[in-house]
Ligand binder design. Structure first.
Ligand code: FAD
Ligand code: DHB
Length: 389
């Protein structure tokens, strides 16, 4: 098989890269090790930044997003039971859209398959070769060994993929921080407690009340990083959510449709390129979910990469490709800073001392009483501007 760009991974990064390239007349083949059903039902992030919602609409992915997505002009911060509004409309005049990552993935998969462009599911044993020269991707599909000969490889295979480990030792620097807690997330058949998201700081630990629709609540509880989900009966989850809501809003209970624990880490590799292999999204970086940046950063990376590849194919100029890593890392580090800041402000740390707790409460007081501080939160939360958009 021969293509211009071989893409490993059909998550938000891989599917979006393929679409942006397709719009510029650049061919790609996507290979994915999971089934279509699996990736379309994998529940993860849910919040789309201002510029990213505009981009999705412009590239033909807006129909369902604009019908079913929930547009929010603010969030609420809870501080031990008192509720404070951060109004994005007056602070920065931008919005965010709540629309599940798996819905974006469904829309992108449908669009790709309708266009007739190749997207292969359930491949196994993917490996990359000659990445500093003439790249090849080898894999097994339908029991047969296959090879893709390509100009570039999009390493869009997430944190546990094969692309990052295929880069020779010594090339990448790793910057990493683990957090001493995780999030227990649930999806419940219940109306969400507020029309906006509530990020609740509480002496028992953080809780986030978000949603997928008027009848589907999504909630998260700070828990131990190695929490055993078996210890969390539905009754215990509702009890803890109620306590951490602290009476700010009544909490409607309903059937818990899904529950899982996500560990939290901050992680970046530099550079995000080796030879003709370009790492994108979670393959190159992870943020703790408190700032809702994961999927949005994946979109930002592939927008930069698609522009660079377009410039290369149009004029042979590889300056933007050479600058790919540096261009992306400027945004990534700002998203890392914001996600870390939100995380440290909203969570309890096991080694907190009384000073840390007082300082955190002062920070929350500042953010909810100073327009300048709230504006900084809002500016980052809705997504920093994307150059050229
Ligand atoms: P992924 O979505 O991971 O896509 C990578 C794709 O590559 C996958 O489809 C995978 O199956 C495929 N793949 C992997 N290895 C191979 C291989 N060897 N061969 C072929 N294909 C391969 N972010 C938030 O902002 N808020 C959240 O609440 C949130 N919750 C999350 C919960 C979980 C459990 C996880 C893992 C992430 C969460 N994130 C969250 C982060 C967000 O979902 C990611 O940042 C986003 O999915 C990144 O997209 P991606 O395309 O880079 O990677
Ligand atoms: C969601 C997840 C987040 O981590 C966040 O900060 C906001 C929203 C969500 O799943 O809806």
């Amino acid at each position: 098989m021969r293509t211009q760009v071989g893409i490993i991974g059909a998550g938000p990064a891989g599917l979006m890269l393929a679409r942006l390239l397709q719009l510029q007349g650049i061919d790609s083949i996507i290979i994915e090790n999971r089934s279509r059903d699996y990736i379309e039902n994998r529940i993860r992030a849910g919040l789309i930044e201002d510029w990213a919602a505009d981009m999705l609409t412009e590239i033909g992915l807006g129909a369902r997003l604009n019908r079913e997505g929930l547009v929010h002009h603010g969030i609420k911060l809870g501080i031990n039971g008192s509720l404070h509004h951060i109004d994005f409309k007056t602070l920065v005049d931008k919005r965010v859209t709540i629309y599940g990552q798996q819905e974006v993935v469904k829309d992108m998969v449908a669009q790709r398959l309708e266009s007739g462009a190749p997207l292969l599911f359930e491949v196994s044993d993917a490996s990359v070769h000659d990445i500093a020269g003439r790249p090849k991707i080898r894999f097994t599909h339908d029991g047969q060994a296959k090879e893709i000969d390509c100009d570039f490889i999009g390493g869009c295979d997430g944190f546990h993929g094969i692309c990052r480990p295929s880069i020779p030792d010594g090339v990448l620097s790793v910057f990493e921080r683990e957090y001493p807690f995780g999030w227990l997330g649930i999806l419940a058949a219940a109306p969400p407690p507020d029309e906006e998201l509530i990020y609740s700081y509480h002496d028992r630990g953080f809780a986030l009340f978000t949603m997928r629709s008027a009848t589907l609540a999504r909630s998260y509880l700070q828990c131990a990083h190695d929490e055993d989900i078996a210890n969390w009966s539905d009754a215990r989850i509702w009890d803890e959510l109620n306590r951490r809501m602290g009476g700010m809003r009544p909490l409607a209970e309903g059937e818990i449709l899904q529950k899982s624990v996500t560990p939290m880490r901050s992680f970046v590799v530099e550079p995000m390129q080796y030879g003709r292999l370009f790492l994108t999204g979670d393959a190159a970086h992870i943020v703790p979910p408190t700032g809702a940046k994961g999927m949005n950063l994946a979109f930002a990376d592939v927008l930069v990469l698609s522009r660079a590849m377009t410039a290369f194919y149009r004029s042979g100029d590889d300056a933007l490709l050479e600058a790919y890593s540096a261009t992306c890392l400027r945004r990534i580090w700002k998203a890392q800073r914001f996600s870390w800041w939100m995380t440290q402000m909203m969570h309890l740390f096991p080694d907190d001392n009384p000073f840390d707790r007082r300082r955190r409460l002062a920070e929350l007081d500042y953010v909810t009483s100073s327009e300048a501080a709230a504006k900084s939160l809002a500016e980052n939360y809705v997504g920093l501007p994307m150059d050229g958009r």
